[in-house]
Ligand binder design. Structure first.
Ligand SMILES: *Cc1c(COP(=O)(O)O)cnc(C)c1O
Length: 422
């Protein structure tokens, strides 16, 4: 019998992969809790929660039970003209969890579609009000997904060459720091005075794909105040930061000024099934509410509000708001602080940073984002039984909330080995 790794190569085309350079995939046969098992039986602690999804652990029994129950009741139905209990129950739970100004939910299938919808909402919002605003504002180094609108606003999609001529118009601003915030706000005013900006899309507090680059809530708050005073819609891309990772349910909870639109996916469904939600305020919704059919949002995906995905999301929210998970989040935040105190002055470390359970460190070596040193680092982690995915010279941890102290220590130890041996 051929291995998964060999059979894979015949027909499969993997994401973000140059197959000529990286022909071999690792066959994973099982996952439970914080652990992935490969086809040789080797175990890996999932230090990045399979791209920030399975925060309550893989194959979580509580989530499996809820999804299984739903499977026997209603699997899938068209969401135009029909509705169902799992979507309604999820809307009630999610609206309670979200910042208090959020009132309406629009479903889709993944993070990219959730931002694509946020962008379309912002453009059409102004269009419906009879204003032509065709430009979007976004941060440098942002990442919002791989569909066309999402690619347009992402500055980090480094391999977008073939598509760049077809992008939406985007004006970029730097990520705020103590040093640049004054200038940034001044220039922002000038840009906004042109009245061409429809919406500002941003990853609040932590830019995931930018290697967990972090900025202060007080600075972001100032930017939001300015854009809002120009009637620009704030579109918070919480696809990565949502559902507890920053220490609060949403990164937007750290600010008084609330977004008009919030994009969610990844941990929304606890890593069990793909789904996304774009939420908005009553005011945004009202701009589409009309006797004129053309003012509606004519966007829809076949699997919109899939009942199984809704059931998984509901079960996830129940776990997120439980005492147990909230305590775990608090513990992980402290463990990271302890680890940081231990290593931050190491000569091989250029900088460290933490927001909630997200911890990142930059190594003092220059290397390419997907180059050889990075591959060596990755191999070291995997050999030591830890799945971490360094981005350039940044190593970051975003482990599930159910990671035990012992498992986290294994991650820390593997990082310490890098510091002492690379
Ligand atoms: C992952 C991610 C996306 C894209 O989500 P997909 O489900 O991969 O399409 C968008 N925005 C942010 C902030 C992300 O982290």
């Amino acid at each position: 019998m051929k291995s998964l790794s060999e059979r894979d190569q015949k027909h499969l085309w993997h994401p973000l992969t140059q197959h000529k350079l990286h022909p071999k995939m690792l066959g994973i046969v099982k996952a439970k809790g914080a652990v992935l098992y490969d086809e040789q039986g080797k175990e890996y602690i999932d230090g990045i929660s399979s791209w920030y999804t399975c925060m309550y652990g893989h194959c979580n029994d509580a989530i499996i039970a809820k999804v299984y129950q739903q499977m026997q009741q209603l699997d899938q139905v068209v969401f135009s003209g029909f509705t169902h209990e799992p979507a309604i129950a999820l809307s009630e739970a999610l609206i309670t969890l979200l910042p208090s100004n959020q009132e309406k939910l629009f479903f889709s299938d993944n993070g990219s579609t959730s931002t694509e919808i946020g962008i379309k909402m912002a453009l059409q919002y102004h269009h419906n009000k009879g204003q032509k605003r065709a430009v979007l504002l976004a941060f440098d180094d942002g990442f919002h997904g791989d569909t066309f609108g999402a690619m347009s606003v992402s500055s980090l999609s480094v391999y977008n060459g073939p598509f760049e001529d077809y992008f939406i118009d985007v004006k970029r601003i730097p990520v705020p720091t103590d040093d640049n915030i004054g200038n940034l706000l001044q220039e922002l005013e000038n840009t906004l005075n042109l009245d061409a900006i429809a919406g500002f899309i941003y990853e609040p507090l932590v830019q995931g794909a930018a290697a967990m680059k972090m900025h202060k809530a007080e600075h972001l708050e100032k930017i939001l105040k300015v854009i809002k005073s120009h009637n620009v819609l704030a579109i918070a891309d919480e696809v990565m930061t949502g559902f507890g990772k920053t220490g609060k349910h949403f990164a937007s909870d750290y600010m008084e000024v609330k977004p008009d639109i919030i994009c969610m996916s990844k941990a929304l469904t606890a890593g069990m099934l793909p789904m996304a939600v774009t939420s908005c305020t009553q005011e945004v919704y009202d701009a589409f509410y009309s006797d004129d059919i053309a003012k509606g949002l004519f966007h829809g995906h076949t699997y919109t509000a899939n009942p199984l995905a809704c059931a998984a999301a509901l079960a996830g929210i129940e776990l997120l708001t439980s005492d147990g998970i909230q305590k775990n989040i608090g513990k992980i935040i402290q463990w990271h602080q302890g680890f940081d105190a231990e290593i931050k002055d190491h000569p091989k470390i250029a900088a460290t940073r933490q927001t909630g359970i997200i911890y990142a460190l930059d190594l003092n070596i220059t290397m390419e984002r997907y180059g050889n040193v990075r591959d060596k680092l990755f191999k070291h982690f995997m050999d030591s039984g830890v799945f971490l995915r360094p981005l350039g010279n940044t190593i970051y941890i975003l482990a599930p909330y159910i990671t035990t102290r012992e498992q986290m220590q294994k991650i820390y130890n593997s990082i310490k080995e890098v510091l002492n041996s690379f």
